[in-house]
Ligand binder design. Structure first.
Ligand SMILES: NC(=O)c1ccc[n+]([C@@H]2O[C@H](COP(=O)([O-])OP(=O)(O)OC[C@H]3O[C@@H](n4cnc5c(N)ncnc54)[C@H](O)[C@@H]3O)[C@@H](O)[C@H]2O)c1
Length: 255
């Protein structure tokens, strides 16, 4: 990870135009990095880049291998890749899930990360350094009934993380994962709302129950995922690879 101190280091964040990805982009930009974000939402990209000269936006669906290759060619050599793009996948009993929804979940959450890795690794190998950080979920530890495609896709992403740590370590490239927990985000508010409706309970009741399974009894701010990513990208983590780190207040269980 050593590089000229006169040139800012370059981080790429997928799905970086909103929520956790945007928070990661801000943490890196605030720390003096050049940041390239990609996203499918052009309006969100424009808003994310406005007034932020360190952040460049690209409209890319990570499930599209050709679009990812073009993105990688446009944004140049990358020091740190953060594979943050991840969709919720089908919600409901497994027998009601459609094959198309499963395929889309894996196309974004697993193949999307693979497309990005494939695009940036040659440059990292050439530089003899680099870091890849994959955003998983605390649900990969607890399991989550009704979300089998999502959990299975994140296990695949974690498997990719551990395997690539071995494969790319000799080239000086580190590969780690982060498991966000009960996030203070739009997606979590949406999921809490759905759970409350399904159970005929209030959102406050469902949320209090969820917090009861978290040792620190707290939700996580998106910037905390950015701070962990920045640590994993830093020289302080130069001997950290093949690790999946929870930033979740210790999520003991999920209902
Ligand atoms: N939010 C949570 O509570 C939570 C908890 C645990 C893990 N995670 C993980 O963190 C990551 C980010 O979650 P989030 O809640 O911030 O996401 P989100 O659903 O808010 O989406 C963030 C961005 O992803 C973009 N996006 C969606 N599909 C894309 C694609 N195919 N290519 C490029 N961009 C795409 C969207 O346009 C959006 O701007 C995901 O991998 C998710 O699984 C989230």
């Amino acid at each position: 990870m050593s590089k000229s101190t006169t040139q800012p280091r370059h981080a790429v964040v997928t799905a970086g135009a909103a929520n956790i990805g945007l928070a990661i982009a801000h943490v890196f930009a605030d720390a003096g990095w050049k940041v390239s974000i990609c996203d499918v939402d052009q309006t969100a990209l424009d808003a994310a880049c406005a007034g932020n000269p360190a952040v460049s936006g690209y409209r890319v669906d990570v499930a599209d291998a050709a679009a990812v290759e073009a993105f990688s060619a446009d944004c140049g050599p990358v020091d740190v890749l953060i594979n943050n793009a991840g969709v919720a996948g089908p919600i409901g009993d497994v027998e009601t899930n459609s094959p198309e929804d499963w395929a889309r979940c894996f196309a974004v959450n697993v193949q999307g990360a693979f497309h990005m890795v494939r695009a940036v690794v040659p440059g990292m190998k050439g530089a003899g350094s680099g870091a890849i950080i994959n955003i998983s979920t605390a649900s990969a530890v607890t399991g989550l009934p009704g979300r089998t495609a999502y959990v299975a896709s994140k296990w695949a992403l974690e498997g990719m993380t551990r395997n690539l740590a071995r494969e790319l370590g000799p080239a000086g490239i580190r590969v780690n994962g982060i498991r966000p927990g009960f996030m203070d985000t739009e997606r979590m508010r949406m999921l809490m709302g759905r759970a409350a409706e399904a159970r005929g309970a209030s959102v406050a009741e469902v949320e209090a129950e969820a917090l009861g399974f978290i040792s620190l009894r707290t939700k996580i701010q998106p910037s905390e995922i950015g701070e962990m990513a920045l640590f994993l990208a830093s020289d302080a983590a130069r001997h950290v690879t093949g690790q999946i780190i929870g930033v979740d207040g210790n999520c003991e269980w999920e209902g």
